[in-house]
Design a protein around this ligand. Structure first.
Ligand SMILES: Cc1cc2nc3c(=O)[nH]c(=O)nc-3n(C[C@H](O)[C@H](O)[C@H](O)COP(=O)(O)OP(=O)(O)OC[C@H]3O[C@@H](n4cnc5c(N)ncnc54)[C@H](O)[C@@H]3O)c2cc1C
Length: 410
């Protein structure tokens, strides 16, 4: 990737937030990445009529950051090599001998097989992990589930304007919520935006239904009218770029004795609607380091504690991510949602230690995801009652509503 033009794989840019930054700070590359990350301070909602509505993500100064996946990968490889890590490219792991801590690899071109024995193996090989598969095949009572969404994703492009100018607001994550599906766009450093269409595999409005370039152009002109003039290569990109599936993977255990552990997506692949998959993987590293320090580098103590600490949080962010898809593709465009957010923001401003919106707990804090999920459920119950109050749109900032919420939290 550093020498050849190899795509970084899934999605060109990602949203980096507090948990990710903490991980990068831990390895000393946060400042380098910050220089090339674009702060996105809020969502820019594009209605079907082409109107814009901006919603800040948090308090002033709080942002998520659009970051190039390739650049992050390159920085991390450079850092690893500076620390005497040797990287073998084009070697596919085909399986593990867990008992003997040995990993088997196949070299891509020669198909030569090699075995590598290690003190400790980390399976950090992503959502379709070969290391995880080996745990599943070789151990008793391995818990495993995979859930595919009925939606897939496809990347599209809004190129830069003249002189690398941005043709939409640069400091926002753009969303075209359309109920059953959505288009989003994140800014890139060169002035372009990478768009992602999250769209059903099948049905009247779906990937299966758009068969020709004319279908694609007519559909986009109808449902994303303000985006189309910005996408000159729309139908070419649509048919050229792959359609990716979206999976949640949960499993347990993540470790084998003190000899191997899964980490990142290999242990917990989640759908991308909270922008947390990578952030959660980086938080795995932060937590593992804290635990390892506590046990004086005794892996036989650190690994079991690591998986017990992370498993409930990985499960929680997996569920939150699925839940947030409905919020992003549907609710963000609705007046009730905007009112609810306004009430929550006001409560947070007046009582910051009593009310922190769920989005902020996940994105701008390191509150364990499982605690955020539980808090979110409580807040949901309270806000459902509040939103059902007759005439709430005229009384939302009254002392009476404030008291009702505070009484319920207490
Ligand atoms: C469309 C989309 C958008 C996303 N957006 C965000 C976002 O905005 N914010 C965010 O935090 N997260 C986001 N994510 C999630 C994020 O991409 C993942 O959580 C993250 O990449 C996981 O990192 P990882 O290192 O665990 O796995 P991966 O990034 O999948 O890396 C796994 C590595 O292992 C290698 N590998 C796989 N199998 C083998 C094998 N058998 N042998 C050897 N090597 C192997 C792969 O080539 C790859 O290099 C998004 C995901 C998708 C699909």
């Amino acid at each position: 990737m550093r020498h050849e033009n190899i795509p970084a794989g899934r999605s060109i840019n990602l949203a980096l937030s507090d948990r990710g930054w903490r991980g990068l700070e831990g390895v000393g590359i946060a400042e380098d990445i910050r220089k090339v990350a674009i702060p996105m301070n809020g969502r820019m909602i594009h209605t079907i009529k082409g109107e814009l509505a901006y919603q800040a993500y948090g308090e002033s100064g709080q942002s998520i950051y659009a970051t190039s996946r390739a650049l992050l990968n390159c920085e991390m490889m450079n850092l690893a090599e500076k620390n005497q890590v040797k990287i073998f490219f084009n070697h596919r792991c085909t399986g593990l001998d867990l008992e003997n801590s040995t990993a088997r690899f196949e070299e891509h071109q020669t198909k030569k097989e090699i075995s590598v024995k290690s003190d400790l193996i980390f399976g950090s090989d992503g959502a379709f992990s070969a290391a995880r598969l080996q745990l599943q095949l070789s151990t008793d009572r391995f818990q495993y589930s995979q859930d595919y969404l009925q939606h897939a994703y496809k990347e599209l492009l809004i190129p830069a304007g003249a002189n690398q100018s941005f043709r939409m607001e640069k400091h926002a994550l753009h969303i075209w919520p359309r109920g059953g599906y959505m288009l989003i766009a994140l800014p890139n450093l060169d002035g372009s935006f990478t768009c992602t269409l999250f769209f059903p595999f099948e049905g009247a409005e779906s990937f299966a239904a758009l068969k020709s370039k004319e279908d694609v152009e007519a559909f986009f002109a109808r449902v994303f009218p303000d985006a189309v003039p910005l996408m000159p290569t729309l139908s070419d990109d649509y048919f050229h770029n792959p359609t990716g599936s979206l999976v949640t993977v949960k499993c347990f255990p993540w470790i084998y004795q003190d000899k191997m552990s899964l980490i990142g997506d290999a242990a917990h692949a989640i759908v991308p609607f909270f922008g947390q998959g990578m952030n959660c993987g980086f938080e795995d590293c932060t937590v593992l380091e804290e635990i390892l320090n506590k046990h004086g580098d005794d892996w036989s103590k650190a690994l079991p504690e690591f998986q017990m600490a992370r498993k409930p949080n990985a499960d929680a962010i997996a569920d939150l991510a699925v839940q947030n898809f409905i919020e992003m593709r549907d609710l963000v465009g609705k007046p009730e949602f905007l009112l609810r957010k306004k009430i929550e923001a006001r409560m947070h401003e007046k009582f910051p230690d009593k009310w922190l919106p769920l989005y902020s707990q996940v994105t701008f804090s390191n509150i364990p995801y499982s605690v955020a999920l539980a808090n979110g459920k409580k807040q949901d119950a309270i806000m459902e009652e509040v939103m059902a109050i007759p005439g709430i749109e005229n009384r939302w900032d009254s002392p009476e509503i404030e008291k009702k919420i505070i009484d319920r939290i207490s």
